[in-house]
Ligand binder design. Sequence first.
Ligand SMILES: Cc1cc2nc3c(=O)[nH]c(=O)nc-3n(C[C@H](O)[C@H](O)[C@H](O)COP(=O)(O)O)c2cc1C
Length: 150
Amino acid sequence: MKVAIIYSSKTGNTEEVVHLIWKLFLVEQIDVTLYRIEEFQIRDLINYEAVVIGTYTWGNGEIPQEMMELYRAFETMKVKRLLTGIVGTGDSGYPKFCGAVDEFRDMLYVHTKFIVTLKIEVNLQMKDIDRCRKFVGIFMDQLNQKQTIG
Ligand SMILES: Cc1cc2nc3c(=O)[nH]c(=O)nc-3n(C[C@H](O)[C@H](O)[C@H](O)COP(=O)(O)O)c2cc1C
């Protein structure tokens, strides 16, 4: 079971969150790789069983430019069987809190087997560690089901 976590982070908040999620998958003995968006070969999407996207939000609730190619790839590639989740950080002082997470969620829901969303207020706090555990737990339940069914 191969999992990719693909993320973008300008000031490090999202990076901290996906790093924790990566470690939590490793604890579950999952074959998981963490990629900055710049390091990820988009054509490799089809080589994974599950993908977690990590993104901050920019502009007025927008997806960062560097994530757009990946966003479009989900719309055009054969990824219907992919299990997916989305995690992001944002600032609720903006009108569209974690708008990029919402945009990804809606698209992934249509084009993949979407599982779970997690929004973090700016940067990781103690209370968020448990929320990240839940995120990975929900994901693991689906991965295990998939393995059982074959
Ligand atoms: C110019 C600018 C626009 C932003 N727009 C939004 C927004 O619309 N919605 C939101 O939730 N957060 C917004 N943010 C907050 C960032 O998404 C937030 O600080 C995030 O944690 C940054 O993640 P990073 O450290 O991974 O880069 C904005 C930040 C900046 C600097």
